[in-house]
Design a binder for this molecule. Sequence first.
Ligand code: ZN
Length: 240
Amino acid sequence: MGSPLYRDTGVVLRTYKLGEADRIVVILTENHGKVRAVAKGVRKTMSKFGARLEPLSHVRLLMYQGRELDIVSQAESVETLAPLVGDLDHLTAGLAMVEAVDQMALDREPSPQLYRMLVGALRTMGARNSPLMVSAFYWKLLSAEGVRPELDECVRCGAPEPFVSFDVLQGGVCCRACRSGAPLSVDALDVMRMILGGRLNEALDLPAGPIVHEVAGHANRALEHHLERRLRTVAMFESH
Ligand SMILES: [Zn+2]
């Protein structure tokens, strides 16, 4: 065992109350995975780090490792990732991203790639407004988890284009003969290829409208399906 004291950098995903004055902070750290830590006294006024430990805060931390909960000893702000107060669209998008990461990340399992993706996405969000920000992040997240959707051949029979539907259960596009899942338009398929094929900026430039809406629907269903399936797998392991 090394020292129980460690330093890391992280993004606050979520917080909840603990007792009268304390708060539990769930943080995605760069090197220690998802960590749950107690921040003592944060809910008192004049707390030394209250405002620095809100969801979306990007902080440099000094922590004591505990058995279940770590303890935040120091927290200093790296940068402001949270949007300006009053920008509700940005805030909602940012919270949707950290919520997805909270569900995806495993406790104390280092995942520097996930950390970098989240910080990158939140910085991008701060710099530009895009109605596709959250959906694009969901697709990238799924892809990083190893469940990149099949977009180039029918997921059931291997047939080439045209494709007419997207099936989250199968994990990809379907040809007319195999169609299952939700209808897929040619334009939405094109946008999904942009997001996953290295043309993210082009996708983020698209205006709000039916195509963006359709891509968001596929992304939400794909993320939900993945999280549910993983929950079932975890439940199966735990019941043995
Ligand atoms: Zn087919």
